[in-house]
Design a protein around this ligand. Structure first.
Ligand code: ATP
Ligand code: TZP
Ligand code: MG
Ligand code: MG
Length: 268
């Protein structure tokens, strides 16, 4: 059975502490996929919510002192109860405050998956890549090397997204080339992807399955975007955004298998 089928059968609960720009989009995207979103921020409840969830997705997009504390408490609880933790370090490197808070989080928490653009992931491991706010910015460099070094340093799965996505646990590395450039015109496309990765990780039962589930998540999201772009051709990013939600519901395991563009490049 594919991980996509498992999600649609098991309907995993996904705890999100995300940013104010994208929260409804992320919740709707998870629902369309077949997961069950729970957005909860209060310091008094995040440990309980994390404990009962299939995955916890932490996103610093519009961080402040309060949100960082919520993220920390949720992450500590998830770690204590073997719940997978996804971190989306939105804008890491763009300001020293973001970089410092992300450094604190990777020190205090055991991440299962780190998902960001190349500038964000490079910043998390103290390497440099020019960024522009929450976007990766221009630059040529070794995206695969950065992902593998980050995975080894943090001892977790690392996903660097862009035209081609890199997924690695530091030993096994995959490239996924599904997707569509219109994803870059929708704010929150990356944040929703991180939550979708959380749903896939929630239905994996061990480390090997977890890496496979993340690779499948990337192909699934990219295929959904390809169909959404086909269906809304000659319209704009607004129609594409709505159709992406439809396709997260409509893409079937068999269509995913036919359309997935996955290359295993290192390890194994
Ligand atoms: P950024 O802020 O740099 O845009 P992000 O957090 O929005 O980063 P992306 O790197 O844009 O995240 O990744 C989100 C999704 O968009 C991924 O599925 C990725 O494969 C896809 N994607 C990004 N850029 C392209 C592109 N040029 N062509 C096709 N798909 C893309
Ligand atoms: N500003 C702060 S968070 C955010 C913006 C525009 C959303 C970023 O979302 P994504 O998924 O990285 O495009
Ligand atoms: Mg993007
Ligand atoms: Mg992002």
């Amino acid at each position: 059975m594919s991980y996509l089928e498992r999600i649609r059968t098991q309907n995993p609960l996904v705890h999100n502490i995300t940013n104010i720009v994208v929260a409804p989009f992320v919740a709707n995207g998870l629902l369309a996929l077949g997961a069950s979103p729970f957005m909860a921020y209060a310091h008094e409840e995040v440990a309980d919510v994390a404990k009962m969830s299939g995955a916890v997705v932490l996103n610093i997009g519009t961080l402040n002192k309060d949100v960082v504390q919520s993220i920390l408490l949720a992450g500590i609880s998830a770690n204590a109860h073997q719940v997978p933790v996804v971190l989306d370090p939105v804008g890491a490197g763009a300001t020293s405050y973001r970089s410092e808070q992300v450094q604190m989080l990777v020190r205090e928490l055991r991440l299962t998956i780190l998902r960001g653009n190349v500038a964000e992931v490079a910043n998390v491991i103290g390497e440099h890549w020019n960024s522009k706010g929450v976007d990766a910015g221009q630059g040529e460099g070794d995206r695969i090397g950065i992902a593998e070094r980050a995975a080894q340093k943090l001892n977790c799965i690392v996903v660097i997204t862009g035209r081609e996505d890199v997924i690695t646990n530091g030993h096994l590395t995959y490239l996924v080339s599904n997707g569509h450039v219109l994803l870059t015109q929708v704010t929150g496309a990356g944040c929703l992807l991180s939550a979708v990765i959380g749903a896939f990780a929630a239905v994996a039962t061990d480390n090997k399955e977890r890496l496979d589930s993340v690779v499948e998540a990337l192909a699934f999201y990219g295929v959904a975007a390809e169909f959404a772009a086909d269906r809304t051709e000659s319209q704009g990013p607004g129609s594409f955004q709505i159709e992406l939600l439809n396709q997260l519901d409509l893409v079937s395991p068999s269509v995913l298998q036919q359309r997935a563009l996955i290359r295993h490049i290192h390890g194994g």
